[in-house]
Design a protein around this ligand. Structure first.
Ligand code: NAP
Length: 336
């Protein structure tokens, strides 16, 4: 499997580095330097173990200064984004626009949220105002389970609703052993067709289930998006997927609507927040990033969105990170 991963990385990184030379994107042009020795560029069947680790050296490593991570697809992804679950089209348009204005460059939506059109409008507004270019932003959407048997149409429909000619990352919304491999293969085809750049998964909680899908497909998932927050830190699955260079993204990073006060009022979290002169939300978001979790806090509140981006001007100490790790109860807030 490591050899397969090495081959994918070699191809993807070569492609990405070439693409970056022509890119106007600020975060793309600030790609972390990737180790690409002549040996590691080889696609020979005889690639050695040490070459594998050379190639994958920077994949999955969080760059907290630039706010990015290098995916195993070769694309660079922002580590902090805006989530849009439960937002109407109108709310999503505003949230996405405010978020881009405040410096966010990652946007998370899904077909099932019914707001891809609003998200697309928010993006267009920001582009029209010169806040960002298309290449500077990273858009994620998800394929819903009832679309798995007709993946190609689902991808085209999301592109249409978003008003985009490519999607940076599409993920399968849930594990569904009856036909998720078919859906994933449709996403692989869309990568070949230039409609999708990176592909991944969401809501695969068992390492065996993740492996089931990986063993049936060609492109290793770039990312796994699972419920993850201080009370459910996803340690097991996170270390399992690391062997594939797959990164973890946290949904419900603040606990989710209706649960946030439980985390915000947690004694340890509020104490750390007071010590830094930050809010509990900011401490939790900062913890995600330092722990190596991409975070996509959701909000329809302009002030909260601004606050959620102000997490790059302080750092949690090793001791504070240990205290946060100790909060894990392996307890989910959602039941799906
Ligand atoms: N793959 C999946 O199955 C799945 C499932 C759920 C979510 N997601 C994705 O993950 C994203 C994040 O999850 P989520 O939005 O459900 O939950 P969340 O980000 O954990 O929490 C959202 C809640 O936090 C509040 N909030 C945000 N910033 C705040 C701040 N600075 N101070 C106080 N409250 C704040 C929001 O209220 P206000 O609106 O008032 O700010 C909202 O009530 C979603 O939006 C979605 O994109 C994916």
């Amino acid at each position: 499997m490591k050899k397969v991963f090495a081959l994918i990385c070699t191809f993807a990184l070569t492609f990405s580095l070439t693409a970056c030379e022509n890119s106007e994107s600020s975060y793309n042009s600030e790609n972390p330097v990737v180790s690409t020795s002549s040996e590691s560029s080889s696609t020979s069947e005889n690639s050695s173990e040490s070459e594998t680790s050379d190639i994958s050296e920077n994949v999955g490593e969080f760059d907290l200064e630039n706010g990015t991570v290098l995916l195993n697809s070769g694309y660079t992804m922002p580590i902090l984004g805006i989530g849009t679950f439960t937002l109407s089209n109108e709310e999503a348009e505003n949230s996405v626009y405010w978020a881009l204005r405040d410096g966010f460059r990652l946007i998370d939506t899904a077909r099932i949220y019914g707001n891809e059109e609003g998200v697309g409008r928010g993006i267009q507004r920001a582009i029209d105002e010169g806040i960002c270019t298309r290449e500077e932003i990273f858009v994620t959407t998800k394929m819903w389970t009832s679309d798995y048997s007709n993946g190609e149409n689902a991808i085209d429909a999301s592109l249409e609703r978003l008003g985009l000619d490519y999607i940076d990352l599409m993920i399968l919304h849930h594990s569904q052993p009856s036909n998720d491999v078919d859906a994933y293969k449709a996403m692989e085809q869309a990568v070949n067709d230039g409609k999708l750049r990176s592909i991944g998964l969401s809501n695969y909680y068992e390492p065996d289930d993740f492996d089931r899908l990986v063993s049936a497909v060609t492109i290793t998932p770039a990312l796994l998006q699972n419920e993850t927050h201080p009370y459910h830190q996803s340690a097991e699955v996170k270390s399992h997927i690391a062997q594939y260079g797959t990164v973890l993204e946290s949904w419900f990073p603040l606990g989710g609507r209706g649960n946030t006060q439980t985390l915000f009022n947690d004694e340890t979290i509020s104490k750390i927040a007071a010590d830094h002169g930050k809010s509990s939300a900011q401490v939790i978001i900062r913890w995600h990033l330092q722990a190596g979790n991409i975070a996509i806090p959701g909000s329809s509140n302009e002030a909260h969105i601004a606050e959620d981006h102000e997490v790059f001007d302080f750092e949690l100490s090793d001791e504070e990170m240990r205290q946060m790790t100790a909060l894990d109860k392996n307890e989910r807030f959602a039941d799906y």
